[in-house]
Every structure is written in C-alpha cells, then in structure tokens.
Design a protein around this ligand. Structure first.
Ligand code: PD2
Ligand code: ZN
Length: 319
C-alpha cells in the first residue's frame, strides 16, 4: 500500500535546503517528529529526498508517494469536555451519547426553537445551490450528488450570530476566532449529502491555500434546525451510526489530532430526505485563527475551500 504526503512549499524548501547543507538525516527526521510528524512518515519522506539525490534524480515535488501502510490515527483526549453536561457561556447542554472512534457526541438543545427559526429566516433569502470543486479545473460546480442549497454567515456578523458563534466555540472547546462562519444548509425531498470528510484534502489549490491561511479543519458541530418527517439522518458508515435530526440538537465530531493526522473513520454523509425538508447549521473549527479567503479577495466567505474539502471518501481514502 502507498500513501501520498502533501508538502507545503516551505517544508519542501526546508528539506531541500538541509539536504544541500549535508544535515544528518536523523536530525531532520527528529525535527519533523518534534513538529508532530508520524516517525515512519518522517523517515520515509527524508529517505525519498536522499534516494533522489543519491540517484541523481530530481527531488520530489509537493506530493511524495511513500510505499508504506498509512499510520494509524492516534486518538487523543477529546477536545470536547467530559461529563454529562457541558457548560457553554449562556446555558448548560446535556450530552446524550458519546463515541470514541471517531470521537463524537450528540448534544441536547444546543439552540432553542426560537433560535432555530430565526436562523432559518435569516438564511432563507441568501441560499444558493451548494457546489463542489471540480478537481481538474478548480472551478466551483453544482453536481447532482450534492443536492442542497446553502449560505454562510460571516463570523460575528451581528449580535445574534455572534452569540451562537460564541456558544458553539465553547462547546467545541476552541477559540471563537478559529471558527469558520456558520453555514446553513437546506435540503428538500430527495436532498442528500454523500459520504465525505470534513477535513481539508489539499489536492486542490483552493484547499491548499485555505490550509496555508488557517490550518487544517479539526472538528465539526452540526445543529439540526428542524425535525425531518422521514430520512435525512447523518450517517457514519465506518461506525455504523445514524443520527436522527431533532430540532435544536447537536452532533459534534472531531477528526484531526495534534500530530495533524486525520481520522478516516470520520467519513459521514447526509441520508436522502424522504419526506419533509431538512435545515442544519454547521460550525467548522480550524487548528489556527480562521482567515477567510474574502480577506484577500473581497468576497464574503471561504466557501470555495469549504466545498473543496468535501473530498469523496473513495478519493480521499486512497492516499
Ligand atoms: O446534513 C447532514 O447531515 C450533513 C452530513 C454530512 C452535513 C454535513 N456533512 C456537513 O455540513 O459537513
Ligand atoms: Zn460533512
């Protein structure tokens, strides 16, 4: 089995520079491990550069293929607090269930009925058909397999949104500044979201740039804004878990650890809505302060990155 390691421009330059200076391989591997690289991956990476140099071949570019098993995801202490009740800034939230692999929790009444209604009302006039990034061209395209419409709020766009941003950040145990703006999604009958990962797969320029700006996505909190009459469950095929949408309830899961490994067991999707409609709001957390693309491009969101990451499970698992 082989894995692909994606290097940043800076990391590739660092390895090439150290190699040119004759730095000992063990010191380079140690430096990578001290920055939370998996030891086997760090060893394989440095080895790939040394063998290219020794064989008179060009040094690897930003994608390095290593013939090895993918290292196992190391489960660390969950970011979300332990216990039966989570104390958010303005309310106490009861935990209904927890899962260890992937790390996941279902939560009761994260949002009140009034807050759910208000979010739907604010989002409705701003909905646009959801898109994915077309890998070959990098263009935003609509596809049948992603049959929903959505919109993004800016972080702390107004006092109501700011209060929700803050509450969700406390639940997720991350600074509010690391959170992407809330995304509201709406599915009609037949609407679904096939299995995917929420972490960023740096195979598109938009995702790579997004990781460079704000770091990897580390966790997700979905809050269901209405009850669905039939269908619309959120499915975790690896865990055999199906979460039924209930207005105000939350679904938290995490998939990136401090070593920047990503958990392939976090694959999930939205089952087709059979009867009724489905509204959700999603908060994604980054490993660093979130810097939207709009800060450099004048738009309102980081939507390109956020859809690009929804790499299909088959594609992403091949790495
Ligand atoms: O609508 C859902 O249940 C769902 C499923 C998977 C939403 C998302 N992912 C998402 O917003 O990332
Ligand atoms: Zn998702």
């Amino acid at each position: 089995m082989a894995i692909n390691v994606n290097l940043s421009i800076g990391l590739r330059a660092w390895i090439a520079d150290n190699l040119a200076r004759g730095a000992p391989p063990a010191a380079m591997i140690e430096a990578l491990v001290s920055r939370n690289f998996d030891p086997a991956v760090a060893g394989g990476l440095i080895d790939a550069f040394i063998s290219a140099q020794a064989g008179g071949r060009p040094l690897p570019e930003l994608k390095v293929r290593l013939d090895m098993e993918a290292p196992r995801y190391v489960y660390e202490a969950p970011r979300i607090a332990p216990g039966h009740v989570i104390r958010a800034c303005d309310r106490e939230i009861r935990v209904l269930q927890r899962l260890q692999s992937p790390v996941l929790a279902t939560l009761e009444r994260v949002l009140s009925d009034e807050e759910c209604e208000r979010l739907i009302g604010m989002a409705r006039p701003r909905l646009r058909r959801s898109t994915v990034i077309d890998a070959p061209t990098g263009a935003d395209v609509t596809v049948d397999r992603r049959s929903s419409e959505g919109m993004f709020f800016r972080l702390r766009e107004n006092p109501f949104i700011a209060q929700i941003d803050e509450r969700l950040a406390v639940i997720m145990n991350c600074p509010a500044e690391s959170g992407e703006g809330l995304q509201v999604l709406h599915y009609g009958p037949g609407g679904q979201y096939p299995p995917h990962f929420d972490f960023l797969v740096p195979s598109s320029p938009a995702s790579s740039r997004s990781i460079a700006r704000s770091g990897q996505r580390i966790s997700t909190l979905i809050v269901y804004l209405n009850d669905v009459i039939e269908g619309g469950e959120t499915l975790f095929p690896e865990a055999g878990l199906s979460v039924v949408p209930r207005r105000g309830n939350g679904l938290y899961f995490e998939y990136t650890n401090s070593r920047m490994q990503v958990d392939l067991r976090s694959a999930h999707g939205g089952a087709p809505v059979i009867r009724g409609e489905k509204w959700i709001v999603t908060k994604w957390m980054r490993s660093r302060k979130f810097v939207p693309a709009s800060d450099s491009q004048g738009g309102a969101t980081d939507a390109a990155a956020s859809t690009a990451v929804h790499g299909r499970v088959e594609a992403s698992a091949k790495k």
